[in-house]
Write a protein that binds this ligand. Structure first.
Ligand code: CA
Length: 230
């Protein structure tokens, strides 16, 4: 057996921290906890965790600052916990180097699933993957070249379709709302409606799914949005 992965939980709300810790321990992770930003940085440097779960709103030193500090010295994956729901805050969390974020209230089960997915990704040889493929190369993406191939044949995506696909692929299993996908495909200042996303998704499916009526890659999450399901 490999050594258990070490997770640092940075959260000042004790009940939340305890719940997260219990779930992670149950899943076989080794955990440590910090309840403020200062301790977080100290423990991070001492323990060198494999992943950090980082609350955004912390006493003393904010989650953003802790994240920036971590990023100055390492590529350790960071999952941000945020109570802020505004999309700008989420995007900012990702901009300062978080790998993922989860909005409170959340289910610890979902958080543990994200932890597992991110650790899987970061244990791949090149954490900044450039090529990915699914189902025996049925679907292939080259992120450096920005090309997509379906059954070996290159498909031509619009920039919006490509941005949506890339966002979904980078967070497998995570559901994106239509609002998030609008922001991703068209930029934050676009004041559009959900239909535009549905139409991008429809076009994407016609290009990368074998049967767009029974999609296997881009799945609908009823009432919410879409996720990558391969
Ligand atoms: Ca907090």
């Amino acid at each position: 057996m490999a050594d258990p992965k070490k997770i640092l939980i940075v959260e000042d709300e004790e009940k939340i921290a305890e719940a997260i810790e219990a779930y992670l321990k149950n899943s076989g992770y080794e955990t440590s906890r910090a309840s403020n930003g200062r301790d977080a940085i100290t423990i991070f440097e001492k323990k060198m965790p494999d992943l950090v779960i980082l609350d955004l709103m912390l006493p003393e030193i904010s989650g953003e600052e802790v994240c920036r500090h971590i990023r100055r010295t390492s590529r350790t994956p960071v999952i941000m916990l945020t109570a802020k729901v505004a999309e700008n805050d989420r995007v900012q969390g990702l901009d300062i180097g978080a790998d993922d974020y989860i909005t409170k209230p959340f289910s610890p089960r979902e958080l543990v699933a994200r932890v597992a997915a991110i650790l899987r990704r970061s244990s791949e040889k090149d954490p900044l993957f450039s090529k990915m493929s699914w189902n025996d190369s049925d679907l292939e993406i080259d992120i450096i070249a920005s090309t997509v191939r379906k059954s070996g044949i290159s498909v031509s995506l619009t920039p919006s379709e490509y941005r949506i696909l890339l966002a979904l692929i980078k967070h497998p299993g995570r559901t994106f709302t239509r609002e998030e996908l609008i922001g991703i495909s068209l930029g934050d200042d676009y004041d559009g409606y959900d239909r535009i996303v549905d139409s991008h998704i429809k076009n994407l499916r016609s290009k990368i799914e074998t049967d767009s009526a029974n999609p296997q890659y881009i799945l609908t999450v009823r009432g919410i949005g879409y996720k990558f399901g391969a």
